[in-house]
Design a protein around this ligand. Sequence first.
Ligand SMILES: *Cc1c(COP(=O)(O)O)cnc(C)c1O
Length: 400
Amino acid sequence: METAFHDTGRFGKYGGMFIPETLVPAIKELESAYYEYKNDPAFMEDLEYYLTKFAGRPTPLYFAKNLTELLGGSSIYLKREDLLHGGAHKTNNTLGQALLAKRMGKKRVIAETGAGQHGVGTAIACSALNLQCEIFMGAKDVERQKSNVFRMKLLGAKVHEVRTGTRTLKDAINEALRDWIINVRDTYYLIGSVVGPHPYPALVRDFQSVIGNEIRSQIQEYSPRLPDVIVACVGGGSNAIGSFYPFIGNKTISLVGVEAGGRGLKSKQHCASLLAGSEGILHGMRTYILQDDYGQISRTHSISAGMDYPGVGPEHAYLKDTKRVKYVECVDRLAVDAFVKLCRVEGIIPALESSHAIAYAMKLAKHGNKNQNIVVTLSGRGDKDLGIVLRYLQKERRIK
Ligand SMILES: *Cc1c(COP(=O)(O)O)cnc(C)c1O
């Protein structure tokens, strides 16, 4: 293999590119496009145009006054990615990568999706930018997520139902990779989080860093100081790294990533890869993964589909080992409690993913100092989760 890459894509010992030889030219082409366009003012201007005029950036930083008063401790601020077009932070990345695909001269974009959120985000960006869009989705997920499948189709995407293996996300990933290898010339593979081989973890982080950059300037409307704590949920890790990255050098700011504790870490029904996983290689990267003694990927569980991934972005693995970011977990029950609380108290229906971060921030605020500021990234809105929460509350006999 010639080594004409710009970078090895390592975060300490994590990251890298563990890919079949057939994909090396495609990854190399993507990497050089990434290095070219990230310093290209015309590209950045285009991206800025779509992020503002089409997707509604900047999203507000909202002082959660009612919640703060109720808890009686530190102040809580919400970074409102739920108000971004598409209903979550995913649009920051799908617009960025779709624009990159266009600049690279690709006509066709493929993506894989589990719960369907990334598929919808990709379909939105492709429709806006006139790109052909094809989404791979496990047959089981297609059945479970009918309304997202319909959304994708309305937005003009073709949805491939994957009937191999467990017929879920990992099989859809395999199928998307197979397609990419065959159609690499005209096809762009759009990954939905800070995962996969280099350069995806860095590229997706850069597109999501708009979240943290806005937090940095918006907090000044409320306070002369930068935030004391920033909290975000971690599935693959993109909304969290996007929130944290611009603050990594400010060592006094405490950064907290919240993983899905599911039914508790002891139950083994969770997706806390950083807290309970071990080092390994998955989807082209070295990182923390949930695996058995033989290296087989463990089954995961979370009440929130967007958190349900057995790995995590390699930069988070590095930030955990170097202790720059603290990682904690939040179980299903506490996430649902936070979901209900935010609806009642603030008039905001948060995504279940984001509710994990809100739960932890509430705990911090309650015991925290009054002049401390906590920023929580509200990664998305919860309309998609209403059915799940309703069934959960009924099962717990908290409502009829
Ligand atoms: C997809 C999703 C997540 C998880 O993805 P990250 O890459 O960890 O950010 C979190 N929140 C919402 C609303 C999502 O749609």
